[in-house]
Design a protein around this ligand. Structure first.
Ligand SMILES: Cc1cc2nc3c(=O)[nH]c(=O)nc-3n(C[C@H](O)[C@H](O)[C@H](O)COP(=O)(O)OP(=O)(O)OC[C@H]3O[C@@H](n4cnc5c(N)ncnc54)[C@H](O)[C@@H]3O)c2cc1C
Length: 475
């Protein structure tokens, strides 16, 4: 039995089926995919959640190939993203974001493209990374991304380069992010190579495709579509609108309580994979594993995405490359990021046609005032800010009359971030689960880390362990 039909649950179900285990998957909402979803807007099938994948491993391309989508793997436009820094003149304080490192950490702080983003003093401070001794940074059990960057390269690199990128990806402040979770291998590579810049460059160079992210022609949600279709063909029992409200041990395994259309049901299972978001997972597990009651994750920030389809031929020139990440403190801008989707993905540009553009703006960061524009703002407020912010960030006026279609998608609590100490917390949770019950597995982005690569790899590994345990129990 798999609880939760996001990518983690779908991958766990697929892995169990491949091991010859009958699978029932219970999903609370009316669709599968969780934060991977798409909808038609302005005649285009557009991702409404995840829209790319990290190329730090071949995990997603390999899955895409298995699902018959291998031919559709694409790389984003080489123009890259820009960063909007604070400044009186927004246009003058927008710069291309150098793409040689990871998470905005430059591979070579002496690169003139990096210098253009920093003051003279900031550049000199960043260059100290090459000569400063590593001290305990490489060996301490936990270090935040913020502390690592600040100590090695200084505050300016942190605020002007790393914070906008980390904020765009994780909706979190670098001081709150566990560096080993958000940039696996960075500290060990730094220990080997002697500087943070060298480590960032080495990790980037190791990415198979050269670019940091890849995509799929037609959108990432096709992964979900193909997975669901394949699972159905292979005989999985896939159920939506089935909220799991309780989990208990039984003499033969587990009893899973669900609510469906006002009816309560109790379903027996030999083994269970819990693949929901973190808070839901801990609520289900705490009654059977009391050690988990203290591990309830903090509420995570929500994000509101406004997608505009506009008819503006000036945007054909891709004035800010594939989009803009907004540093904190940029006056008059509420959005934290803008993706110029038709600049980023050639397939989408071809589908939209010349002059038509897809812009996706995201609102809401950790630490925002509840009064700030974000997930709680009404649609019309978000739309107005999206128009104004897109105009200012792209340097091209965009009026409501230029908009062919638009929508607002809200993701509440959908971006768990790996806070400092994440690895220890995950280890505690994993040991509580495996120590108590071999026929139970827990997976999902809240443990594995945000992003498709981590989620897919973890779901497969946990499902394999469960399959081994069930096979062992039968012998
Ligand atoms: C706006 C946005 C953009 C993103 N962009 C990218 C990107 O470009 N690249 C990338 O790699 N990653 C991206 N991510 C992150 C990525 O989408 C997630 O890390 C990953 O999809 C999480 O999968 P999951 O299965 O762990 O969780 P979820 O997708 O959250 O799925 C959990 C599922 O469990 C269900 N559920 C919860 N409680 C119950 C219950 N009691 N009973 C039954 N079902 C339940 C939920 O309804 C949901 O379907 C993005 C995320 C967001 C929100």
């Amino acid at each position: 039995m798999v609880i939760g039909g996001g990518m983690a649950g779908l991958l766990a179900a697929r892995t169990l089926l491949a091991r010859g285990i009958r699978v029932t998957l219970l999903e609370h909402s009316d669709r599968f995919g969780g934060t991977v979803d798409a909808r038609m807007l302005g005649g285009l099938y557009l991702d409404s959640g995840a829209e790319s994948f990290s190329t730090r491993s071949a995990t997603v391309p390999a899955l895409a190939a298995e699902l018959g989508l291998g031919e559709r793997i694409v790389t984003p436009d080489a123009s890259g993203a820009w960063v909007q820094l604070p400044g009186k003149d927004l246009r003058a304080s927008a710069r291309p974001l150098p793409s040689s490192g990871v998470l905005g950490i430059p591979a070579d702080p002496s690169d003139p493209a990096i210098g253009a983003l920093l003051s003279r003093a900031g550049s000199l401070r960043a260059a100290l990374d090459r000569v400063l001794p590593l001290g305990s940074l490489a060996t301490r059990p936990t270090v935040s991304l913020g502390e690592l960057v600040r100590t090695r390269m200084g505050e300016e690199v942190l605020v002007r380069l790393v914070a906008p990128v980390a904020g765009g990806v994780f909706s979190a402040d670098p001081d709150d992010l566990d560096v080993d979770s958000v940039a696996p291998g960075l500290r060990t590579t730094m220990a080997r190579l002697g500087s943070l810049g060298a480590a960032a460059g080495a990790l980037r160079a190791a990415a198979p495709a050269g670019a940091a992210v890849g995509g799929l022609e037609g959108g990432i949600a096709q992964l979900r579509d193909r997975l669901v279709a394949e699972l159905r063909t292979d005989g999985a029992d896939l159920r939506t609108r089935e909220q799991v409200t309780g989990l208990a041990r039984s003499s033969t395994g587990w009893l899973v309580t669900t609510e469906h259309s006002g009816l309560t049901r109790r379903l027996p299972a030999d083994g269970v994979v819990v693949a929901t978001e973190g808070r839901a997972a801990v609520e289900l597990l705490a009654p059977v594993l009391p050690a988990l009651s203290g591990e309830r994750p903090d509420p995570v920030p929500g994000v509101a995405l406004v997608t505009l389809i506009v008819d503006i031929p000036e945007l054909d020139a891709r004035p800010r490359g594939t989009g803009v990440l907004v540093a904190r403190g940029v006056e008059g801008i509420a959005a934290k990021a803008l993706t110029h989707s038709t600049a980023k993905w050639a397939w989408l540009r071809d589908q939209a046609g010349p002059g038509s553009h897809v812009l996706r703006l995201s609102f809401g960061r950790v630490g925002d005032d509840p009064e700030d524009v974000g997930i709680g703002s009404p649609d019309d407020v978000l739309f107005r800010h999206a128009l104004a912010d897109a105009s200012a960030l792209l340097g091209v006026p965009i009026e409501a009359s230029d908009v062919l279609d638009h929508d607002v998608v809200r993701w509440a609590g959908a971006l768990p971030h790996a806070a400092v100490g994440h690895r220890e917390r995950v280890a505690r949770i994993r040991s509580a689960v495996t120590g108590q019950a071999t026929s139970l597995a827990v997976t999902g982005g809240w443990l594995a880390g945000t992003g498709l690569v981590a989620v897919i790899e973890d779901a497969r590994a946990r499902a394999e362990e469960l399959a081994d345990a069930l096979a062992h129990a039968r012998v």
